[in-house]
Write a protein that binds this ligand. Structure first.
Ligand code: NAD
Length: 484
């Protein structure tokens, strides 16, 4: 147990309704100032087995509860989150360094909403019937079994509950493995679930390193579903494990998304949306890091963007006046800087930033804007996952679309234009799981979410989540008997 932001947080696993320690432990370090927050239990094969045992043992009873009972349990979890909103926000900020004000006003309310949304969706899920001559096909959404959920550090509790809520709603039991860089709020979620009355084993949280306990979990043949959010290289390893047991997987992966600004755009909006791409210190999968700008407005946009982004305040994420906090680890800062150094060596020019903010120590990277990278350069094609944007110009709509679609990714795209016909035309040609026109990041949870190409496999949200977490069954009833 550690006292963090004024609250006691268990650093152990949560398996079968009990706190379970491990003899091996690892340091959880705050990106704010590299303070050790606590020594986290470092799970391995035994803890993975124990957690799947617990989830398997709890499955039959949880799966046979009525949708209304499950929905009520999810609403109780949402209540528990809302009661602890400030605590969860503060602990998450200590743990992953994202802005406290974002956690308070955006992230944690959304965490509660994830549970309420899937609780309500469950209650109106349609069990369709197709009447045919002499027989009736009944479509039901049956619980699938044990779901293993593996998540990254950049938005821990939001991404965890985006999976936990629909999996529980579907009647699956869950083993959640949070990222080793941000393990704390998942531990608090276990407390909330216990207080909400979830039976032991319905939700288990296993802590540890991806290559160790994560690998053990995705290799377990008893697992019925694997939902993963993280990087493409990890997804490949998990896919290989899942293939051995033919387990359905859902992958939400990285991106290199474009933000297209046309000459008919509202320039103030275009600058606002471009600056938003530095949110969470650039550690956002959906970020439109490739700014593709109509040559007619390139100079104006560049000048206004450099002025605005240059005035962003970098510092302690607990301070309400801070705009940009730290990167998650020193190794990540070095990785981000490596991309920028190689881009410059390859001919790119730095318009803003271009290195760590040494005034603030080793974990803060300055918001950076690069231009003049050569077509096909690494900085234009690989995900940096830091506060680094690139500028490119285009002469025509066709060229804009071709540049936008010119990577192996297809997670999201943002279009800024004042012309509705152009908006519809361009959106229809972009390869992306989500296209935003004159907006960014907003989304109705009923809509599908996911990535095209190497940005993911499958979609989650609304019915898409239930499609994944359930075994969809067709039962054919012939009341009077039927012979073909
Ligand atoms: P990562 O792939 O390194 O790790 C993600 C999770 O996988 C962690 O919990 C880690 O412990 C676990 N893991 C690592 N190796 C494993 C293995 N062999 N077996 C099982 N589990 C393993 O990713 P990251 O660095 O934590 O996160 C950043 C990446 O996540 C970026 O690529 C980002 O774009 C992506 N991301 C995508 C979305 C989305 O919704 N599409 C959202 C957020 C982040």
């Amino acid at each position: 147990m550690a006292r963090i932001a004024g609250v006691d947080v268990s650093l152990d696993h949560y398996i079968g309704g009990e706190r379970v320690p491990s003899s091996d432990r690892f340091d959880d370090v705050s990106p704010i100032d590299e303070r050790v927050l606590g020594e986290i239990a470092r799970g391995g094969m035994p803890e993975a087995r124990q957690a799947v045992d617990a989830a398997e043992g709890a499955f039959e009873k949880w799966a046979s509860t009525s949708p209304e009972e499950r929905a009520a349990a999810l609403h109780r979890i949402a209540d528990g989150i809302e009661v602890r909103l400030e605590t969860l926000a503060a602990v998450e900020t200590e743990d992953n360094g994202a802005l406290l004000r974002s956690h308070l006003h955006g992230v944690m309310p959304r965490v509660a909403h994830n549970f309420r949304f899937f609780a309500d969706w469950l209650c109106q899920l349609r069990h369709e019937d197709f009447e045919t001559r002499g027989h009736r096909n009944h479509v039901s959404w049956d619980p699938a079994g044990v779901a293993v959920l593996i998540t990254p550090w950049n938005a821990p509790l939001m991404l965890e509950t985006w999976k936990v809520a629909p999996a529980l709603a579907a009647g699956d039991t869950v083993v959640l493995k949070p990222a080793e860089w941000s393990p704390l709020t998942a531990s608090l979620l276990a407390d909330v679930s216990a207080e909400a009355g979830l039976a032991p084993g319905v939700l288990n949280v296993v802590q540890g390193i991806g290559e160790e306990v994560g690998d053990a979990l995705v290799s377990d043949p008893r697992v019925a579903r694997i939902s993963f959010t993280g990087s493409a290289p990890t997804a490949r390893l998990i896919a290989a494990r899942a293939a051995a047991n033919l387990v359905p997987t859902s992958f939400e992966l990285g991106g290199k998304s474009p933000l297209l600004v046309f000459r008919d755009a509202d320039m103030q909006l275009a600058v606002d949306l471009a600056v938003e791409q530095y949110d969470n210190a650039g550690q956002v999968c959906l970020a439109g890091t490739r700014l593709l700008v109509d040559a007619a407005v390139l100079d104006e946009l560049t000048e206004r963007l450099v002025a605005r982004a240059g005035s962003l305040r970098q510092g302690d994420p607990r301070d309400p006046s801070t705009d940009i906090g730290p990167q998650i680890t020193r190794a990540h800062v070095e990785r981000v800087d490596g991309f920028v150094r190689r881009a410059v060596d390859d001919g790119a020019e730095v318009l803003l930033g271009g290195g760590p903010n040494t005034d603030l120590g080793g974990l803060y990277y300055r918001p950076t804007l690069l231009t003049g990278a050569r077509q096909g350069a690494e900085i234009l094609t690989e995900e940096v996952f830091g506060p680094v944007l690139t500028l490119q110009s285009f002469e025509s709509e066709e060229e804009a679309v071709s540049l936008a679609n010119g990577t192996k990714y297809g997670l999201a795209a943002t279009v800024v234009t004042g012309d509705e016909e152009r908006a519809a035309r361009v959106a229809s040609h972009l390869v992306a799981g989500t296209v935003w026109v004159n907006c960014f990041f907003v989304r109705d949870l009923r809509a599908p979410f996911g990535g095209s190409r190497q940005s993911g496999i499958g979609r989650e949200g609304g019915n898409w989540s239930f499609d994944f977490y359930c075994d969809v069954k067709s039962s054919v009833f012939a009341p009077g008997g039927y012979r073909s």
